[in-house]
Design a protein around this ligand. Structure first.
Ligand SMILES: [Zn+2]
Length: 475
């Protein structure tokens, strides 16, 4: 009798344990959502299971019975894709703007941006501190990848730049970046010599450091590319590499017979398709990324005639940062009529160039260049405008979307852990109410943003800024 009782008990224990095993607990479940595959644009209805900041399972609808979570998101009729990346921002402006820069960080999350690439500034200590706070969830903000200070020559334009005037300086500068450690090397072109610029690229490449930069016009584009530059920021340098007269123009710049801005009209006039195609081929072969920054180009080339005083974002950007807008505004207003006209022509040309780069399958990165000193280019929303500018230039919405998270992760070699919605990837996601492949503006129609195990409702963040206008989809 005792034996029978024991067996009975064991059966009960065993069956309970089995039931327990079937009941899977998840931190977040997003059910019945339209999952956009960022690689090919296909859309499938899926349920996504998240644990500890990672996507642990993706299944057809509710095929995983007994899955439970305290955070269930009904994805019916909604769209999910990887959280956006803004691949070119700046956190900068010195001690007096530390607080105002910190206040910008939640704006990225409210705009669905879960990762930013900080392309150089003078607040590295703070940026590293914010990055830590964001990781610990004590501050709302995106994952920040930072270059730390920019590298440039003596008397550089940007505060906080590391001065490189000799081969020893190259070693010292790269050593110090590795000590931070910075996520990539950013080179500026205001004062750096051609020799030191190329030496930085070669040394960075040897050390396995990712690089990006402007390019002094004393250098030819193919020299920068073959020396290992990882990404070209802005299109001036691409334009230079598409000119049939690049060597002559470079020599004139070296001889100080021509300036950067004066070279632009010559470069446009000598744009040659066969040269451009050769350059695009090289960029593709060397896996060099290009950051067109079209939206800021639109803003800056029309500063003389566009009235920004009613921009809703001016209500939430700090007064100190708004003050830094003055420099570019004054320069635009004081420019000659001819200079104003050529700036606009250059801007129009850059849109065509972006489309040609895309047609040639050169990898583009969506970056807004938002931050202090970059007038009216607001944190968060500018990334959406960059994507819209790409589509307006003729790029299809899927390709434009890829330039944000997918290419961003690839450029910084983080594609093993993020940038797509797949099992084992980070759960950095944006859920939209409408399909961005049909209409790119729908990237702003945000329902929820998921970063790791945190779920954000943009309207809650909007309340904190007291500017509902800033986050309305229609703006
Ligand atoms: Zn920049």
């Amino acid at each position: 009798m005792k034996k029978v009782l024991l067996l009975f008990c064991l059966i009960i224990i065993f069956s309970c344990a089995k039931k327990e095993k079937l009941k899977a607990q998840f931190d977040i479940i997003i059910s019945n959502i339209n999952l956009i595959d960022i690689k090919d644009g296909s859309i499938t209805n899926k349920t996504i299971y998240i644990n500890k900041g990672k996507i642990v399972d993706i299944r057809i609808k509710d095929s995983l019975i007994n899955a439970i979570s305290e955070n269930n998101i009904d994805g019916t009729g909604k769209y999910v894709l990887p959280g956006f990346w803004d691949n070119h921002i700046h956190l900068r402006g010195g001690d007096s703007l530390i607080k105002e820069n910190r206040n910008l960080l939640p704006l990225f999350i409210a705009n669905g941006i879960t990762t930013v690439r900080d392309a150089g500034g003078d607040l590295t200590t703070q940026v590293l501190q914010w990055r830590k706070e964001i990781k610990q969830n004590s501050l709302i903000g995106p994952t920040i990848y930072t270059s730390g200070p920019k590298l440039d020559g003596n008397k550089a334009t940007w505060a906080g730049s590391l001065v490189v005037e000799s081969p020893e300086d190259v070693t010292k500068a790269l050593d110090s970046l590795q000590k931070i450690p910075s996520d990539f090397v950013k080179i500026y072109d205001s004062r750096i010599s051609r020799e030191n610029y190329l030496a930085i690229l070669r040394d960075a490449d040897k050390r396995g450091m990712i690089s990006s930069g402007h390019m002094p016009f004393t250098v030819e584009l193919n020299e920068a590319v073959t020396s290992g530059i990882g990404a070209i920021e802005h299109l001036y340098y691409i334009l230079k590499g598409c000119s049939s007269k690049e060597s002559d123009i470079t020599q004139a710049i070296i001889n100080k017979e021509l300036s950067f801005w004066n070279a632009m009209s010559d470069l446009i006039l000598s744009y040659e398709d066969s040269t451009a195609q050769r350059t695009f081929k090289l960029l593709k072969e060397k896996n060099t990324f290009v950051v067109p920054t079209l939206h800021i180009g639109d803003i800056l080339s029309h500063l003389d005639e566009t009235d920004h005083t009613n921009d809703p974002y001016l209500k939430i950007i700090g007064k100190g940062i708004i003050k830094t807008y003055d420099g570019r505004i004054q320069r635009a207003l004081n420019a000659s009529e001819e200079a104003k006209k050529s700036r606009k022509e250059l801007n129009t040309f850059f849109k065509k160039l972006t489309k040609s780069l895309s047609n040639a399958n050169v990898k583009l990165l969506a970056g807004s260049d938002s931050g202090a000193y970059n007038s009216y280019t607001y944190s968060g929303i500018s990334l959406h405008k960059e994507l819209e500018a790409m589509v307006a230039a003729g790029i299809d919405p899927l390709k434009a979307l890829q330039t944000s998270s997918y290419n961003g992760a690839m450029y910084l070699k983080k594609d093993g852990q993020t940038g797509t919605v797949e099992i084992d990837k980070n759960s950095d996601l944006v859920i939209l109410n409408s399909n961005p492949l049909q209409e790119i503006r729908n990237t702003r129609d945000i329902y929820r943003v998921i970063k790791g195990n945190q779920i954000y409702d943009p309207t809650t963040i909007a309340k904190q800024y007291n500017c509902t206008d800033c986050f309305t989809y229609k703006n």
